[in-house]
Design a protein around this ligand. Structure first.
Ligand SMILES: C[S@@+](CC[C@H](N)C(=O)[O-])C[C@H]1O[C@@H](n2cnc3c(N)ncnc32)[C@H](O)[C@@H]1O
Length: 278
């Protein structure tokens, strides 16, 4: 399995407890700093063996949320996968317009699709898909993002908000490069495969959201998977949906069947006709 190749140095920092949520719904960290370091094979910080400048990013439990922060003076605050986040919840419950990503799926009214999100990242798009009733398999090759997602899904599944727990139950997380998994798929073929690969744009402009900026900083030297779209096209029963910045070229230079274009990003939609097992 080809794992995350990033050269960013990540260290495990001590947990932080005592914020507003501590001791209430979230409780304490589910594992100690040492356990987390052992599980992810990452160095402890601070320690005699690891100098401060050897850690580009810090990973730690912040009030029971596994969180990532750049180890830099002036860096933004820590980020975690929080499906209870107010913005996301608001977007789910009060949006009058269906999300563009849902339009891009092309599902019929009331239809439940089987979707593969082959580039899971923070899991935000996958969450929107699962909240709309679809079953989503998420693939993430970065060991850090996978750990953050695993933690976010664990908390969502245990949430007192039953609706959130149900949505989390529709999301299945897998670790590793999705490309070989798509090539060797042995299960019922997914209806739709969703791709949102990293785009090499690292300016800290207001247009780049804080969470995507952090990803770009940490994973900037990860090579793109050269055949991801081709692999997806040969597997998806109905379509492959690719999210791209509005100005970007086509992924793998393959022209889509049609596009849904927004202000800063667009969805390139590739219709497929694979019958697939099942
Ligand atoms: C731009 S982010 C995706 C953001 C995501 N759509 C969201 O809503 O949070 C791209 C992610 O895809 C992952 N990735 C890129 N290529 C991959 C591959 N071949 N297999 C698995 N994960 C991949 C990267 O590690 C990164 O976390």
């Amino acid at each position: 399995m080809l794992l995350s190749m990033s050269t960013s140095r990540i260290c495990i920092a001590p947990s932080i407890e005592g914020g507003p949520a501590a001791g209430t719904a979230r409780g304490g960290a589910p594992e100690s700093q040492a356990q987390l370091a052992t599980r992810l094979s990452l160095p402890l910080w601070p320690s005699e063996k690891v100098a401060d400048e050897q850690c580009d990013f810090l990973l730690f439990y912040d009030n029971a949320c596994l969180s990532l922060q750049q180890n830099d003076q002036g860096a933004s605050g820590p980020l975690c996968v929080d499906f209870e986040d107010a913005t996301l919840t608001y977007r789910q419950r009060h949006s009058r317009q269906p999300e563009a990503i849902l339009k891009a799926l092309g599902a019929k009214h009331g239809e439940t699709l089987r979707i593969v999100d082959a580039t899971a990242g923070w899991g935000l798009d996958a969450f929107v898909l699962a909240a709309a009733g679809h079953r989503v398999d998420l693939f993430e090759r970065s060991v850090i993002l996978h750990a953050l997602l695993q933690d976010g899904l664990r908390r969502a599944a245990a949430s007192v908000d039953e609706r959130l727990a149900v949505v989390a139950g529709r999301m299945t997380l897998h670790f590793g490069d999705s490309s070989p998994r798509l090539k060797a798929w042995g299960d019922v073929h997914p209806d739709v495969i969703y791709l949102d690969p990293m785009f090499p744009e690292r300016s800290k402009s207001a247009k780049v959201k804080k969470n995507m900026y952090l990803l770009q900083q940490m994973l900037h030297d990860e090579p793109p998977t050269e055949t991801l779209l081709r692999d997806a096209l040969s597997l998806a029963r109905r379509r492959v949906v690719v999210k791209r910045p509005a100005h970007a070229g086509f992924l793998e230079d393959i022209r889509p069947s049609f596009q849904l274009t927004g202000k800063s990003s667009r969805f390139d939609i590739y219709l497929t006709r694979n019958s697939g097992a099942g």
